[in-house]
Write a protein that binds this ligand. Sequence first.
Ligand code: NAP
Ligand code: MG
Length: 400
Amino acid sequence: MAKIQMTTPLVEMDGDEMTRIIWQMIKDELICPFVDLKTEYYDLGLEHRNETDDAVTVESAEATKRLGVAVKCATITANAARVEEYGLKQMWKSPNGTIRAMLDGTVFRAPIVVRGIEPCVSNWKEPITLARHAYGDVYKNAEMRIPGAGKVELVYTAADGSEQRELVHEFSGPGVVQGMHNLDASIESFARSCFNYALDTRQDVWFSTKDTISKKYDHRFKDIFQEIFDAEYKERFDAAGIEYFYTLIDDAVARVMKSKGGFIWACKNYDGDVMSDMVSSAFGSLAMMTSVLVSPDGVYEYEAAHGTVQRHYYKHLKGEETSTNSVATIFAWSGALRKRGELDELPELMAFADRLEKATIDTIEAGEMTGDLALITTLENPVKLSTREFIQAIAKRLAA
Ligand code: NAP
Ligand code: MG
């Protein structure tokens, strides 16, 4: 059988530990036998990041801007223990943070829905995609403990030296205070990323903040979304038969619980952090989540939502059998291949991505799955497979 051809290479970002092992198996068993795979390869494994003083991470993000689509393996974010374990020159920054900053993107996460892994919320029939703003607010705050009586003010000093002040609180005893910020430019790209993703996936966008209480800060988010929607997207949404609506976060939470799913929920940074953990655990498992970073100028980076599964890797190094779930990493590859096929007008490549996902889902629905899913499935008598056996079971279906 002739292999499916590609025209533009994908940016391939290899990673660490157990996910690096899975990465190679997916290429060997599920992709290369069927596709004449073209990639520009960047090794983001911690050793190579250290050797290149992390230049490889920056180069891989630049390549993504140039080529448009990347697929990324999970990577170690260095901490003190890793500096020692790998003899690092320094505590390198999170590659995801570096890439996100360079692409100025929004992260979209959606559960992979299969029969037999049922959401805790029984009326959720379709996946709920969480779009999290990844800049500012409490993640870039300034805070202080207030030791005792005194006045706290917000002071803005303009470039011309003029001042604007706002009383935060007149303290009569000890307490705490926090200052945070966001940027119109960042909120604008967040809005555009959400609207573009909605058009791409033909889903409604819900956006929620606490603007009734935060009449300037959260209200600014609400206004920017509405202005951009009205000026740039309204007509295209009408044509696609989808809608955008804004609602208070309390109301959004209540509606989400009663919904049947199938929409994009855009959240500010903190809300998105908390709500994405809630949505993903209610749908089953982090290993069953897709994750894609979308930049406002239409660059895509696909990855798994989980980490490098360190505990399994150490078992693997000892020669023990592991049962690590590769679904999210497979879907990172299928997502990237489909997007490449769409941009390059290669319908066969897009159809292959669909077949790869279907073979993966069919394998699980036939009761063949990794240990994490075998523990939570509602299917009777699931068969627990090893990391390699699960990928081979998918390969068998794909070849058929
Ligand atoms: P993790 O790799 O997500 O794993 C945490 C635990 O979740 C695992 O020990 C395992 O539980 C379960 N798990 C996660 N993914 C699984 C899968 N695919 N199949 C089966 N079980 C899975 O998080 P971590 O151990 O806290 O972090 C390890 C490294 O990953 C860290 O160095 C961190 O910096 C990095 N990380 C990278 C990314 C990224 O690149 N996107 C994201 C998060 C973390 P059991 O052990 O109970 O089986
Ligand atoms: Mg979180």
